[in-house]
Each structure stands twice: as structure tokens, then as C-alpha cells.
Ligand binder design. Sequence first.
Ligand SMILES: [Ca+2]
Ligand SMILES: [Ca+2]
Length: 376
Amino acid sequence: MTNVGTSAFSGCVCLTSLEIPDGVISIGSAAFLGCAGLTSVTLPVSVKTVGENAFTGCGALTTVYYNVSETAFGRISVASGNEVILAAEVCFTHSFIRILLLPLKTVYAVGEEFEPAGIAAALFYDDSSVSLTSRLGYSGFDSSSPGTKTVMASYGGVQTEFEVTVTGSADPVEPDPVRSDPVEPDPAGDAPRIVVDSVTCQPGAGEVEVALRVENDPGFFALLLKPDFAVGIEYLGFNEPAGISGFGAVTDSNINLMAIAMADIEGDQTILTLIFDVPQDIPYGEYAINFVYLSGNDYDENLLDFEIVPGAVIIEPLYGDMDGNGTVDSIDLTLLREYLTDPDNTSVSDGVDVNRDGAINTLDLTRLRKLLSVNA
Ligand SMILES: [Ca+2]
Ligand SMILES: [Ca+2]
């Protein structure tokens, strides 16, 4: 069967769910017209067209199952009168699921409840596309006794499993902060690399941009990233790069995951610019911006290799800026001279240790003079 004929099931009010068999290419006009009891329909990968008014009068239809990706769904030609299909929740079913990152909590005390926070899974579709989710269903967790426990995780009816530990101790054991062994970089150096920049700025810098770059002529089209941003800097969002065609990026609402897809790209590229807010009251220090990423475009076992990519926003004083006005100039030089002569009656900013050796002395004056002569 390659077609569902015109008006084939028109008015079948008893029809509640419908699975159109694989191989059907077109659904005829008015095929399911007035099937008021229909709540879900499963469309096969083979469907190319949905005829006029095929689902008119199917007011209860709220769910469409489609076993390929969202991109492929967008290519189906849907004629008018089928708004219900376009308004329905489309469940893009998939052939298998892989856990990319385990939940943050994998060690439990007896009696504790399961906490899925931090989990990430990839859903693999028949057309070789992949998407990410952290919204899984769970079953099988049993903390009534100690031991290694298998938790079933499912999405759209497809299951996978992972293990957690229940300890006999009444006190919960802190989970190991190291989540997975990073894969050693390819010694031949021919694997694509993801690099996150480290950016130095001063407290109160406001919006600071940190580049996420890919190096070594990757040519791949999908990146799955799990960001981990230090507390203190606030993630505001990202800017997409100019000049990469076929680029798309999504994050979930809590920035637990980022999926980035792009057409083949050549050479080294900035693929995202992450934006962070650096407040005035932030303490000096290094604020980590880490990503765990999954590489490759062949969906085989190698896909599950992880690499942890470190970057940072480094907050430090503006060295040489004695009066803390954000610029280094001859006024600062005067102020430093005064400070060295009369430290008790001269106030200077944290940037006074110009050469960063921990002492404040004439070496800092020398360094500041050099800085000014370079900048002049
Ligand atoms: Ca100044
Ligand atoms: Ca010094």
C-alpha cells in the first residue's frame, strides 16, 4: 500500500489511534475527515504528502508520532485543512538512546530518592540525525537495600539503562566530582579539537565574551556539549558566528546542554561566543567554563568518547590602574610615586602590584613606566 485513498476512513468516529504503515507515501484528501475520536497518529518515514482536509474535523488529535527527525518532518507536504497535524505535539521517535552523561548523583544512601539532575542522553534517529534530551522517564531504582542498582531510562518508549550505587551507610556519600575519564587527545593531532578561550577582565566588566572554537579542519556537523560554568559569573547567552552556513544551536532552559550543528567547515573557526556577566562585586580569581563534549559524525561506539574542554574567565585587577578608573595613564604613575613615598596617606587600587610579584616597590614603578611608554 502506498496511498491511503481519498475519504478512505472518513467519518470513522470510533478510530482512536492510527498507525499508518511504513511504505505509505501519500495520505489522500479527506482520508480521515471527521474522525472525531482520533487522538494520535503515527506517520511512517515514507510519507511525503498529506492531502487536503485529510485530518479536518479530527479535533481530538493532539499527538503525532514520527520515527524520523524534526528536519525530515518539515519536508512532508501538508495540504490545507490539516492544521490539527501542524498544531499537534510531534513526538520524534528514535531507534535508540544513549546516556551521554550520568546524573550528578550516582551514589545513594538506603532510602533516598532518585535524582536525575545532570543526566544527558542522545536520541538517534533512522536518518542518522541525533538530538539531545535531559527529560527521560525512569524506573527500576530501588534504594531499599545496598548494592549496585540498574536504573532504566526511557524516552518515547525506547529504553536504556545505567547503574548507580546504594550504600549501606545512613549518610549519603558525596559523589566523585570527576564524572568521566576524559579521553586523551589524539596523539596524531588529526582529530578536531574544541577550544574554549580564557579571558581576563576586571570586576564590573559587565558582558564578557568567551569564544568557543573548533580547530583542525573538523568538517563535522554536530557537537553535543554539556557546559559547566563556575558560580560567580552569570551565563547570559551566546552569539552565533557570522559566516558559517548551515549553523544551528540550541540549549535547554537550564543550559544543561547545548547542541550545535553546522555544515562542513574548513579550518579553525569560532563556533559560538558565550556571553557572561561579570559583576562589580565579584572576587578576584579564575572562574571555570568547562564543556564536556562528544565528537564525531559517525554514529558508532566512538561517539561516546568524552573530552573535557576547559576555559575560564579570569578576574583580576587592572594592573597599573592606581586610581581604579579603568585606564592606565600618567595620573596612575604620579599616584604610585606618591604611594611609594607616603603609603600611609595615599590610597591605591588592587592594581598597585604592577609586576605581580607580591611586593609593592620601585620595580612596580619601573614596570608602570614601561607600560606607559609602550602604550604612548
Ligand atoms: Ca587610572
Ligand atoms: Ca610588585
